[in-house]
Design a protein around this ligand. Sequence first.
Ligand code: PEP
Ligand code: MN
Length: 337
Amino acid sequence: MLVVMQQGATDLQIQTVIDRLVSMGFTVHRSTGVLHTVLGGVGPVDEIDPVDFEVMDGVKECHRIVSPYKLASKHFKPQGTIVKIGKVEIGGTHVVTMAGPCSVESRDQIEKVAGIVAGQGAQIMRGGAFKPRSSPYSFQGMGEEGLKLMREAADRNGLLVVSEVMDHTQLPMISAYADILQIGARNMQNFNLLREAGKLRKPVLLKRGISATIEELLLAAEYIMSGGNYEVILCERGIRTFETYTRNTMDVSAIPVVKKLSHLPIVGDPSHGTGRRDQVLPMARAAVAAGADGLLVEVHPDPDHAVSDGAQTLTPPQFTEMMQQVRAIAAAVGRTA
Ligand code: PEP
Ligand code: MN
């Protein structure tokens, strides 16, 4: 349930409501907005009469939330969430670019990529050190050594780092190197991993599962948030459909739907969304036009020799062109990029 406090409600009034909810068996999550504080209670909602709360001092309204996700719902934080990491804001007016190779391959490769993406205005470098590959015989990633190389290259170029966590035992180690933890499509419903990520205070980039509905994506975010980690960034990376021309079908409509249902930022991944370098640029434009708060794109100095996902990886000149076009689209929708 949600209790919306009146504008100017005092700390005492807010605390009194929290204490009452806690005494009734609720776990309370607080969202402090510019105008209103909203209290999200997770617990025995059927035993509650909202009027009992609406008559309390400082309370504006009280609702039972029927949607299965509560903390991820727009009602909990109507003003929207901005994930702030240092000077970078994800979910604000600037469309943030996260770019880099599918996999970290070598010092030389990651140093080159860092220079290229930083030079074009990306603020975050992506790169997998632990790779979820469909075949056990494919390259599985450089592991911790890859994370070290990526961190060093990122620091030299003033970039943040996002990298994938494949299971909960890797959380402490990857957290030591990365600023954002990526939970990939295959792990979107790895509930142990989601719960453990919820115990951290570190932003999580949560990618939509290959066959997950938008509601399932928001419920996966709810797992993380219910542990108290509210810094979740969602990612539309294409879903599996009957179409075979593209690797996945990039569900651009998921972006405005998520914006309507949730306060969480969402980025678009046109690389995995299409699987084809020649379709990344138009779908990057489409994602930004549809309201994405950022882009996740694969870039490599020599994509034809990349160890993974080369076909969907942009060359440096293509990345430069994408950034130029995305800036024009962002300006058309009142944003910067
Ligand atoms: C990736 O970002 O390299 C990746 C493996 O993505 P996804 O989980 O979307 O397939
Ligand atoms: Mn990839």
